[in-house]
Ligand binder design. Structure first.
Ligand code: PGA
Length: 251
């Protein structure tokens, strides 16, 4: 899966124009799930533009979701509202949400469960800060984030769950994890899942890498055996660049 996280970029006309250019560029992409996460305001326009372009197989995602279905929660958006707008996925636990909006592991867990219950797929983001890496705590942090995100998951939930390993020091910085660092972390996430849920679930789980993925490094990242895709911010904002990522060269 190659996923675009547009963050707080693009108006509705910009989003629609992007889809118009992007769809023909990925006509020949094979064996890859494509996902686009626009801001909430553009979800329904992006879904409609994809439909118009004959690509209802390209997933549209929300960048966040709330854990209640409805109620007095000013500013929040529920799983069914995302589906209503044409979204099929939600990203939860992005490091920017953890950092700027103080989202905790237990909140991420509540959001993930609510999204799945509401019929959405989820991309759960985990990853360490540079301080945590430099003090040898990467594995502890990632293990905590993964295991707490999955509390009370049912077996069927895993089919619709994707992980994204996004070391915070690599997000938007231009510094990418080396393929070795990415592979090591992905293998570790799989081993944590195997320990808790067994080899089948761990083996089938898709784990995306995120953090400064660009046209010039996507092929080597995607060549790692435990990297099953990419979650891309900056390099997804331009259709040409994102289409190159979608058409990564298989090693
Ligand atoms: P980046 O962002 O590709 O701009 O580093 C990745 C992300 O935050 O998902």
């Amino acid at each position: 899966m190659i996923a675009a996280n547009w963050k707080m970029y693009k108006t509705i006309p910009e989003a629609v124009a992007y889809v118009g250019r992007f769809v023909p560029m990925v006509r020949n992409a094979a064996d890859v799930d494509i996902l686009i996460a626009p801001p909430f305001t553009a979800i329904s326009s992006v879904a409609a533009a994809l439909k118009k372009g004959g690509r209802t197989d390209i997933f549209v995602a929300a960048q966040d979701v709330f854990y209640e279905e409805k109620g007095a929660f000013t500013g929040e958006v529920s799983p069914s509202m995302i589906r209503d707008a044409g979204g099929g996925f939600a990203i939860v636990g992005h490091s920017e949400r953890r950092q700027y909006f103080h989202e905790t592991d237990s909140l991420v867990n509540k959001k993930a469960k609510a999204a799945l219950k509401g019929g959405l797929g989820v991309i759960i983001c985990v990853g360490e800060t540079i301080e945590e890496r430099n003090t040898g705590r990467t594995f502890d942090v990632v293990k905590r984030q993964v295991s707490e995100a999955l509390v009370e998951f049912q077996e069927a939930d895993f089919k619709n769950t994707v992980f994204a390993y996004e070391p915070i020091w690599a997000i938007g910085t231009g510094v990418t994890a080396t393929p070795e660092q990415a592979e090591e972390a992905h293998l570790f996430i799989r081993s944590v899942m195997k320990e808790i849920y067994g080899g089948d679930i761990a083996g089938d789980m898709r784990i995306l890498y995120g953090g400064s993925v660009k046209p010039d490094n996507v092929d080597e990242i995607m060549a790692c055996p435990d990297v099953d895709g990419a979650l891309v911010g900056g390099a997804s904002l331009d259709p040409e660049s994102f289409s190159r990522l979608v058409m990564f060269k298989k090693g």
